[in-house]
Write a protein that binds this ligand. Structure first.
Ligand SMILES: [Zn+2]
Length: 128
């Protein structure tokens, strides 16, 4: 079941939107229509899942892989929140790729959450 690009894009932080926009544009230029399956963040890196039609020229497959690999690699050095240069790091046991400013803000938020033991557990928001 193909997913809407604009909808799947919301699964990752705004800082990565230019990366996925570029990937979608390149894939569409290469393939015309393609079946997008999922866009998500895992271990602080972008994951872009799609499928090409069964009639796809095998020579195109290498280019498709290159586009996806390049975008996923770029995400591991791009702050998911603001799009500035970032590093992949573990904060409170959760991997994220963030710039120094957003990493600091997240450390403070995680520390505050951990010390809030009197409150009932909060649903985890990966984008706070
Ligand atoms: Zn940032």
């Amino acid at each position: 079941m193909a997913r809407e690009f604009q909808e799947e894009k919301m699964n990752v932080g705004e800082g990565w939107w230019p990366i996925v926009d570029e990937m979608h544009k390149d894939l569409t230029r290469l393939l015309g229509e393609y079946e997008l399956q999922q866009i998500k963040e895992k271990f602080g890196g972008l994951r872009y899942y799609m499928q090409v039609g069964s009639g796809c020229n095998p020579a195109l497959m290498g280019q498709v892989r290159d586009i996806i690999t390049a975008g996923e690699d770029k995400s591991t050095e791009t702050c998911e929140t603001c799009g500035q240069e970032g590093t992949n790091q573990s904060i409170g046991g959760w991997y994220k790729t963030l710039c120094p400013g957003h990493a600091e803000a997240r450390k403070i938020a995680v520390a505050r959450r951990m010390s809030d033991r009197d409150r009932p557990p909060q649903p985890f928001d990966p984008f706070f």
